[in-house]
Design a protein around this ligand. Sequence first.
Ligand code: GDP
Ligand code: MG
Length: 448
Amino acid sequence: SLSDRLTATFKNLRGKGRLSEADIDGTAREIRRALLDADVAVPVVREFIAKIKARALGAEVSEALNPGQQVVKIVNEELVGILGGDTRELRLAKNPPTVIMLAGLQGAGKTTLAGKLAAHLKGKGHTPILAACDLQRPNAVNQLQVGGERAGVPVFAPHPGISSEAETPTGDPVQVARDAVSEARSKLHDIVIIDTAGRLGVDQELMRQAADIKAAVGAHETLFVIDSMIGQDAVNTAQAFNEGVDFTGVVLTKLDGDARGGAALSVAQVTGKPVMYASTGEGLKDFEVFHPDRMARRILDMGDVLSLIEQAEQSWDKAEAAKMAQKFADQEDFTLEDFRSQMQQLKKMGSMKKLLGMMPGAQGMRQQLDQFDDSSVDRIEAIINSMTPHERVAPKIINGSRRARIAKGSGVHVSEVNQLLERFGQAQKMMKKMAGGGGMPGGMPGMP
Ligand code: GDP
Ligand code: MG
């Protein structure tokens, strides 16, 4: 499997200090293979690999990861970025109704999705209505009506009476869309979901119709619905729809199948539009808000490798935290100078909260940790900076007038100086008790 091959590559690379071009090439080859296996379009793969190589060559050498892991981490970050970074929310209109139009090839899953999306939005407290604007396919309106019924959402159709499966509805889809929006406005539906017709292939007539509907109702979101099994055709289809209707988001369907989801990457890369939802079956509930990080894992098919990388980073962080805990424990005469320099060290190491959370014994202090923010460290530092060297090693001499002077010098209230000294006194006692060894049972000095 890819994971095995990559693990082997990592073994070869382990221990090397910096990323050489040859190291990157080895890993890049495996990534390239993984992307092609996932059916990412060939030109997209080429562009992606070039970008990864350029970024990896310029990368700082990590202390936590070996070079191969570092390349994979970069690959994962780039993938997530292209797939849309954070999950994008639906953009709701300031003046309801919000109009969401679905576009895509025939069989992509638009009508099925319409019902799912309606159910999803209804679950979030919206009052959607579905608009049946596919007047080309026999049974299209009926299919939407069934979906609407399942979702418990009304359907606006040109001939509400249609029930015969053989009947092809007639009428102007643009007018139906307009009427549906008016209906929504008068019946206070805050969202209109417009189902449109598709063709088997990209077709000018179809594209014009979709663009006309979009313009007539001023769609707020146009979602391009694409079958994830489409493979290499994803690029051409996405480009055609991007030019034809200028969609705002992508929905990937049939992700319950074998497809590893390469189409998601192809579409996102060539159009720059985010994937917003995923359809994973024929049922109403087979629907998900799209998560770029999960999709990146699926495309690379190396969740276990990524987990390894996470573990490596975490254990490195833990080792650093343990070193620091030992330093605390080693202090016999803990002074405000020491306190300050440890604060500075902690700050240098990044998020204090994350680090403190990893200190042995810190688990019991969740609540305190949550109140802790890096700006309080800056204030503590400022206060200690305003003390004389003598005051820092002998805080007992800090009387009322010294406190007032320190407060003024550091721009804080006297009560903050008092608080710091009181906590420092407790910390000092604890340090002495702990000097014998063994973790930090009581917690971190200076905690607000
Ligand atoms: P449309 O032509 O774009 O409206 O596509 P439809 O919604 O009619 O779907 C075409 C076929 O694909 C139908 O048989 C659906 O049941 C099926 N389908 C749609 N979405 C999914 C999905 O996420 N997974 C699976 N397995 N089938 C789906
Ligand atoms: Mg349909």
